[in-house]
Design a protein around this ligand. Structure first.
Ligand SMILES: Cc1cc2nc3c(=O)[nH]c(=O)nc-3n(C[C@H](O)[C@H](O)[C@H](O)COP(=O)(O)OP(=O)(O)OC[C@H]3O[C@@H](n4cnc5c(N)ncnc54)[C@H](O)[C@@H]3O)c2cc1C
Length: 481
């Protein structure tokens, strides 16, 4: 006999988007039942939220047991299982243990899976969840050289965190960390590549991930890690740190030693005594590097394949479920949030999607509000956070804040740049169009994020200030706050 359970709200996924969605459903609709179905043993909880600006919060991400969410939100039930199929017409999902759950409103928060180069190669590793971090750490023991492929936040953090090892960093762009910063900021950070990471002194205020392999072992993808994925983990090799940056390249071929020996290709030598390597990588610029293993950090693809069959769900060019301004997919009563979705609404001029925990949280919260409003007939407006792209992180030990069209996105090169730069201390770049601020990159402790956020949001004409806008002798916060 088929086992069927009924819930008002069903949320699929125990990552930041799913957990935030369930928490907000409890706040908005505590008398209605919510079920969270998650394939991972641990769920992600957002804690210690500290507003930095109107659109940007700093927060910690902690891994918790499901009971944490159930205790916090008594209307929420969490089950650990994997959704195998969605029947949007019947308004139900089927899980791998054979159960069927009916819903009035469903929110899909299944995250994204890494795009991995040569997935089947035993020499390729990638980072996504606690399990993959453990595997990476095990491979680091005794390693002398690794080749990191990718130019996003994960690759950048890894280059910084991994010490005592040679790193070949292969990127397809002209400059490092191109998804997050402009060439100038990349130049500012580039000198850090050759330095050993300075161990932070004093206790960290963030709680670290505790990695319990017994709990995280699973054949289904766990939740993507958050900002502290490397904390508490030993990412130290047995050699001298040295980073070689290869720009505008991709991996052409991965060659195992026997094949490399016969290939006649010439090895690119980094060390005096080149040794036999477990694997060789040929880049599209013709160089061949030997290394212990390859780290693939080349972006993600939304994890939604299982939910598509038999349903009328539109999928964006990037593979995410297309959602409208209420976070609703093209199937009635089916919503999506976080890495799994692709916004299909007409976006505000200074906002765009980037698959980050900040947006997973914002979308999870807004999806909950939309589902509740649709059931109760309440009128809601689009959340203010979708007015301005805002992200805070740390690269190479520097505080990094990026706001709006920080790389001149969509401005077709027709913009001016204002720059203030003090080597080893701060880098401030403002993207200006017709005297109005469009985007900002802030590296270091600048304390300018709130002022600049206001200036981007209110589109004030700043032409009369000219370059004085960044004059260190002018206290611009006083002018504009
Ligand atoms: C190594 C690493 C470092 C990162 N660093 C940063 C950073 O510094 N800053 C930042 O902003 N972002 C960072 N990100 C990105 C960020 O982690 C993601 O954007 C964010 O976690 C997405 O949240 P989510 O809830 O949408 O998805 P996820 O956190 O991926 O959660 C997806 C959930 O769905 C579950 N699931 C999947 N399929 C099914 C199924 N069929 N049935 C049931 N459950 C299912 C999973 O088990 C999981 O619980 C990083 C990502 C990685 C991998």
């Amino acid at each position: 006999m088929e086992q069927v359970e009924n819930y008002t709200y069903v949320v699929v996924g125990g990552g930041i988007a799913g957990v935030t969605c369930a928490e907000h459903l409890y706040i908005l609709h505590p008398e209605e039942s919510t079920l969270v179905i998650t394939a991972s043993a641990l769920i992600k909880a957002v804690t210690n939220v500290l507003p930095l600006t109107k659109t940007l919060d700093a927060f910690d991400v902690e891994e918790r047991h499901a009971e944490y969410l159930e205790n916090q939100c008594p209307n929420v039930t969490v089950i650990r299982d994997a959704v195998e199929r969605l029947d949007a017409k019947e308004q139900c999902v089927y899980v791998s243990s054979g159960k069927k759950f009916k819903y009035k409103k469903l929110c899909i928060c299944t995250g994204a899976t890494p795009k991995v180069i040569a997935e089947d190669s035993p020499y390729v590793v990638w980072i996504r969840d606690t399990e993959s971090v453990c595997q990476f750490q095990a491979r680091m023991k005794g390693a002398r050289r690794i080749l990191i492929v990718g130019n996003g936040g994960i690759a950048t953090e890894m280059v910084y965190e991994v010490t005592g090892i040679e790193i070949v960093w292969a990127i397809k762009d002209k400059h490092m960390t191109a998804n997050f910063i402009d060439p100038g900021a990349a130049e500012f950070l580039r000198s850090e590549l050759s330095k050993e990471k300075v161990d932070a002194t004093g206790p960290s205020k963030r709680r670290k991930y505790t990695v319990d392999m017994k709990e995280s072992a699973s054949t289904v993808m766990g939740g993507a890690l958050g900002p502290d994925w490397h904390s508490g983990l030993e990412l130290r090799g047995s050699n001298q740190r040295r980073v070689t940056l290869e720009t505008e390249v991709e991996v052409k071929e991965i060659l195992e030693p026997d094949k490399f020996g016969q290939s006649g290709k010439e090895l690119t030598r980094l060390s005096e005594e080149e040794v036999d390597w477990p694997v060789y990588v040929e880049l599209t610029n013709g160089k061949v590097y030997g290394c212990d293993f390859i780290v693939s950090a080349t972006g993600v693809t939304p994890n939604v394949a299982k939910l598509l069959a038999g349903n009328n769900l539109s999928v964006g060019d990037d593979g995410g479920l297309v959602v409208n301004e209420q976070m609703e997919t093209t199937e009635k009563n089916v919503y999506a949030a976080g890495d799994a979705c692709t916004p299909g609404w007409e976006k505000a001029r200074h906002w765009f999607q980037m698959r980050l925990w900040t947006q997973a949280r914002q979308m999870g919260s807004y999806a909950a509000k939309s589902m509740w409003a649709s059931l109760t007939g309440e009128e809601i407006y689009m959340d203010f956070c979708f007015e301005l792209f805002a992200h805070a992180t740390r690269f190479f030990g520097y505080k990094v804040i990026i706001l709006g069209l920080f790389n001149g996105q969509g401005l077709e090169g027709k913009y001016e740049i204002l720059l203030r730069y003090t080597k080893g201390m701060e880098y401030i770049k403002c993207v200006m169009l017709d005297g109005r601020m469009q985007g900002v990159v802030l590296l270091g402790e600048t304390d300018l994020e709130e002022t600049f956020e206001n200036l981007i949001l209110n589109q004030m004409d700043l032409s009369s200030y000219g370059e004085d806008l960044l004059n260190p002798d002018v206290d611009i916060e006083d002018y504009f706050d």
